[in-house]
Design a binder for this molecule. Sequence first.
Ligand SMILES: CC(C)(COP(=O)(O)OP(=O)(O)OC[C@H]1O[C@@H](n2cnc3c(N)ncnc32)[C@H](O)[C@@H]1OP(=O)(O)O)[C@@H](O)C(=O)NCCC(=O)NCCS
Length: 182
Amino acid sequence: MSDIITDRLNIRRFVEADAAELFDYISNPRVNCFVDDKVTTLEQAKVKARKRAKDEACLAVCLKETGTLIGELLLHKDGRYQPDTYSVGWNFNEKVEGKGYARESAHALFDHLFTQLGARRLYAYVEDDNLKSQKLCEKLGMRKEACFIEFISFVNNPDGTPKYENTFQYAILKKEWRLTDT
Ligand SMILES: CC(C)(COP(=O)(O)OP(=O)(O)OC[C@H]1O[C@@H](n2cnc3c(N)ncnc32)[C@H](O)[C@@H]1OP(=O)(O)O)[C@@H](O)C(=O)NCCC(=O)NCCS
């Protein structure tokens, strides 16, 4: 895939040299769904960067002006019966929050998926306490389709039992995309 360029961002495949900037945000996961991706050393971040570099489903989002890696977008193609469906996700460095970078990059990714990669439906899972991600889904024109109660467990409760989270599913179809494009 060639890079996706927006006004302020360059969206590209990861490279090993991203390790330090990757470390900066995956060493401190802000939501439970990224706890498994946590690293504590730069060496571990290098391993993660190398893995991401081979992974078409994970894209680096960088500032065009400086080249700094500020976060990532995830795009997983679904299986045999939904070959035109992708699940999407995002994880950004808290230091660049509130500047519209997540929206700008996700908007460009949606456009790319719908117009270049033949996507028909995109969906995202968002936990019910993740208001920022819900807001982002809504700004991208996604519909809240469902709430799955005690759907998933990423972490344990203090007593060692699984902490189950309620999860919203948001989605958008290609035929809805241009209608909601802002
Ligand atoms: C979810 C997440 C990507 C949202 O990041 P964000 O920076 O709030 O999202 P956006 O890019 O949409 O930016 C929106 C904010 O930028 C502001 N903004 C500033 N300049 C802007 C510009 N030029 N264009 C657009 N918005 C701009 C908006 O007003 C908005 O502020 P508000 O939240 O106070 O209303 C981020 O919180 C994150 O990475 N969280 C951790 C990982 C996570 O939760 N992932 C999802 C798991 S389901």
